[in-house]
Write a protein that binds this ligand. Structure first.
Ligand code: PLP
Length: 469
């Protein structure tokens, strides 16, 4: 590779060894705390309020996970899953199926990242319709202001400024129609009830399906609780159930992307799936992508879960999913992931993060909403929270994008002792305006951690407000 100078940024990847100025570097971590070197200064006590990118569940340096990894490595044997399988990948699939509502999932495919999970999901959807004798169903409906990964097909069903950079080499846009974003804070009109707003979104989706000819529509993909695209906007009542009903009406697969919000981060019943907050009893997605906390930052793993209906089409059809990635169903990664998930459930950590996360959200609402400050909206569920920054609370006007406020906020919170992610330009879809910061702490956080995160958050915001005066 030729050396290149790349502007260091917390928002972009850098080519290792060729930057002229280093981004902050992590030195070590334990539990919820990390030690980071930034501009030559070592910060000893940063609370990791976002666990990288909503990845961590057990926190860092978990000794049970470390011991398990060390114990199994001496006999670890890689096999190519198309030729020789491994029990760990089967057991992980069984664990996910058993810890989801009965009848939701029947099988899983494990891969390396959320982007790959969505690529695989799209191919499984395509093959499903071929198995069913309906090869013309090949359009993937998704949503405006969405993010499903950085590989090309995943970017094709995403819509944001990042996807725009690659517009010339994505899937043909006619294959990827977009439905309106669901974003009540900005788009629910004055005087419009939640029910009316939801119905307007469902009507728009139905029109999109009809305009595109339902005979050609394969799937509808949405993030159950959108993360980096919109900042943890909970869907209004009836929205997800309405999408489920439209998918049934027009014979379309419903695919939920729970890479960021799922796998225990925001489940109301101490389980795994975020959709359990929203779908009606007996309603399930047909397919689901997962990742992030599945490996909790210890190993790279993500996956696609499929419903009995999808599995049945394969079972009575070709009997095999077309594919063959070297590291699919990786035995060691699946084993570590299973160990992590077992520990999470044994210790009741999904319940803990739902309760403590909501406590954190409430503290932020109490601190900022209805008061004079730059936080216009605080939103989220369980272990996934976002604060949207606005210049004017009454009009919800964003700050000038040149101020780069999301990243300045991220820096101010870091100085106050918090690791969070600041995102700019996602909420506004294309204009590049709009700033938010999001948090997704480890499932192990205690009430004391919650109090300390809220305290540091308020200190950081106050410092930023002073800077803006
Ligand atoms: N889908 C969603 C909803 C995500 O938030 C992300 C990453 O943030 C992805 C997919 C892509 O996952 P990965 O970065 O592991 O490829």
């Amino acid at each position: 590779m030729t050396t290149q100078k790349v502007k260091p940024s917390t928002q972009s990847f850098v080519f290792q060894g060729v930057v002229d100025k280093k981004p902050p570097q992590v030195l070590k971590g334990k539990g919820c705390r990390i030690v980071v070197e930034k501009n030559g200064k070592v910060y000893e006590d940063i609370i990791d309020a976002v666990t990288g990118a909503a990845v961590g569940a057990l926190g860092w340096g978990d000794e049970d996970v470390a011991k398990f990894m060390v114990d199994v490595l001496p006999t670890h044997t890689y096999t190519f899953p198309a030729i020789i399988g491994n029990q760990n990948s089967e057991n992980l699939a069984k664990f996910y199926i058993d810890h989801s509502p009965e009848g939701a999932f029947a099988s899983a495919l494990w891969c390396g990242s959320g982007s790959e999970a969505n690529e695989n999901a799209m191919k499984i959807i395509h093959q499903y319709w071929k198995e069913k004798g309906m090869p013309n169903k090949k359009k993937f409906i998704s949503r405006e202001s969405s993010y499903h990964g950085f590989s090309l097909a995943a970017l094709s069903i995403s819509e944001n400024a990042r996807a725009d950079e690659f517009s010339g080499i994505l899937l043909d846009p006619s294959l990827c129609p977009k439905m309106p974003v669901c974003y009540p804070y900005r788009y629910q009109k004055e005087g419009q009830s939640e029910e009316e707003y939801t119905q307007s979104l469902l009507d728009a989706l139905e029109k999109l399906i009809i305009d595109n000819d339902p005979e050609t529509v394969a799937s509808v993909t949405i993030e159950t609780l959108p993360g980096s695209s919109l900042g943890t906007v909970p869907p209004p009542k009836g929205y997800l159930p309405g999408i489920r009903k439209l998918c049934d009406k027009y014979d379309i697969l419903m695919h939920l992307d729970e890479v960021m919000c799922g796998t225990g981060r925001s489940n109301p019943n101490g389980g795994l799936n975020c959709w359990e907050n929203f779908l009606e009893p007996g309603q399930f997605p047909d397919m689901q992508s997962v990742g992030k906390t599945l490996g909790s930052g210890y190993i790279t793993i993500a996956g696609v879960l499929v419903s009995p209906k999808v599995k049945e089409a394969y079972d009575s059809g070709s009997g095999m999913v077309m594919g063959g990635q070297t590291y699919a169903s990786h035995g060691f990664n699946c084993g570590v992931s299973l160990k992590i998930q077992e520990k999470i459930f044994k210790e009741g950590l999904t319940k803990n993060i739902f309760e403590k996360g909501n406590m954190l959200g409430q503290k932020l609402k109490d601190a900022f909403i209805g008061k004079h400050n730059i936080i216009g909206d605080v939103r989220g569920i369980g272990g996934f929270w976002t604060c949207e920054l606005v210049k004017d609370k009454a009009t919800k006007q964003w700050f000038d994008k040149k101020l780069d406020l999301a990243h300045r906020c991220q820096d101010a919170l870091f100085e106050a002792g918090l690791n969070v992610v600041g995102m700019q330009g996602c909420v506004s879809n294309k204009s590049g305006e709009g700033d938010f910061v999001f948090m997704a702490p480890a499932f192990i956080i205690t009430e004391e951690d919650v109090n300390e995160i809220a305290k540091r958050f308020i200190t950081g915001i106050e410092a930023l407000q002073e800077e803006l005066k």
